[in-house]
Design a protein around this ligand. Structure first.
Ligand code: G4F
Length: 333
């Protein structure tokens, strides 16, 4: 089996590439040319895979570049993960977010329809599509009410995917994934911002952590678990959409409390609220009901919330302090 992953250099792309390789897939990735020119910085998450995967330069903003890659490779599955995925940035530049996330998805679907209509397609939908939630927990039937250009772009991508399924009979499925994290998470997202700052405080490199809305609630799972669900969605008899979530929600404050406590610290001594990190329109609370994924796909997450937080803090302590957790914590007090 030959799979194409867009966004292979990101957190999910790298875990998915590992998962597909472990299943015997030939794994291909779309990467921006600029990334190929700067592998040390851009390929940190996939550096250990480079001799086992095939990378193709292309841009989500260029239909011809996508067309060219798809025309030269007979992919069986395509996982479209690439996107401008930072919600706050989508308020700063909604136009780029819309362009990359909506047109990029449309280009992928159009190229596959033209050249590889039997290739199975996965779209990375998001719980941000629920936005101002109309029911809790959110499931596949919950109405969308996005609250950011990012959320709106994901609703458009979701609808495009459904339309290609219905209009052209393509096997096109969407995962509605709730927040998923891990040691490879980007530093701009709140979880990694917290765990990396806990490590910097422990190492004496920072004295405080400035955050926005501490009362926002999210349903946080582990990316490693969630990429397994993506693959399962493309192994079904018929294409469909699935919520992937842990079913538990926690506030940003609770995440802080736990992350700081892993390093033996009290978050109240370090966390400061800064208005700059508030969003013009906030998604206050998300929690997903993944019953359909559990029943139909047979999917179950393996990480608990505390296990995931601990793994992230330990990883950041190791890379920042360069010492195992127990030593680092002992020396910081
Ligand atoms: O970590 P976040 O930036 O993730 P967000 O906005 O929930 O989106 C993530 O999950 C989505 C799935 O639901 C993905 F589709 C999306 O691509 C991305 O991966 O923020 C989480 C919460 C928000 O409520 C935010 O307002 O944390 C709050 N927060 C409070 N202080 C902060 C901060 N977020 C960030 N990034 N930085 C802060 O200082």
């Amino acid at each position: 089996m030959k799979a194409l992953i867009t966004g292979i250099t990101g957190q999910d792309g790298s875990y998915l590439a590992e998962h597909l390789l472990s299943l015997g897939y030939e794994v291909h990735g779309l990467v921006r040319r600029i990334a190929l020119e700067d592998p040390e910085r851009r390929f940190t998450r996939i550096s250990h895979l480079l001799d086992r995967i095939h990378l193709h330069p292309a841009s989500l903003e260029s239909y011809p570049s996508i067309f060219s890659v798809v025309s030269r490779n007979d992919f069986d599955e395509c996982y479209h993960l690439a996107a401008q995925s930072f919600v706050a940035e989508s308020f700063a530049d909604g136009f780029s977010t819309m362009n990359i996330n909506i047109n990029g998805t449309h280009y992928m679907l159009a190229a596959l329809r033209e050249l590889r209509p039997t290739c199975r397609f996965y779209f990375a939908g998001s719980s941000e599509m629920f936005g101002l939630v109309e029911e809790s927990p959110q499931r596949e039937t919950t109405r969308f009410h996005p609250r950011s250009p990012y959320g709106i772009s994901k609703v458009a991508g979701f609808e495009l995917t459904r339309n290609y399924r219905e209009a052209y009979g393509m096997f096109a499925a969407s995962g509605i994934l709730f927040n998923h994290e891990g040691p490879r998470r980007g530093f701009e997202f709140v979880t990694r911002k917290i765990t990396s700052t806990v490590a910097r405080i422990t190492a004496g490199l920072a004295t405080e952590l400035a955050l926005g809305n501490l009362d926002a609630r999210r349903d946080w799972g582990h990316s490693k678990d969630y990429v397994r669900a993506m693959h399962l969605m493309l192994q079904q008899k018929t294409p469909d959409d699935f919520v992937v979530a842990s079913g538990e929600s926690h506030t940003v404050r609770e995440f802080c409390e736990l992350a700081f406590s892993v390093a033996g610290l009290d978050y109240r001594d370090y966390v400061r609220v800064d208005e700059r990190f508030y969003r013009p329109a906030e998604v206050e609370s998300l929690v997903g009901d993944a019953s359909k994924a559990r029943t139909v796909l047979g999917w179950t997450p393996t990480y608990t919330f505390p296990e995931m937080v601990r793994e992230m803090v330990e990883n950041d302590l190791r890379s920042t302090v360069g010492k195992p957790l127990s030593e680092a914590v002992a020396e910081s007090h």
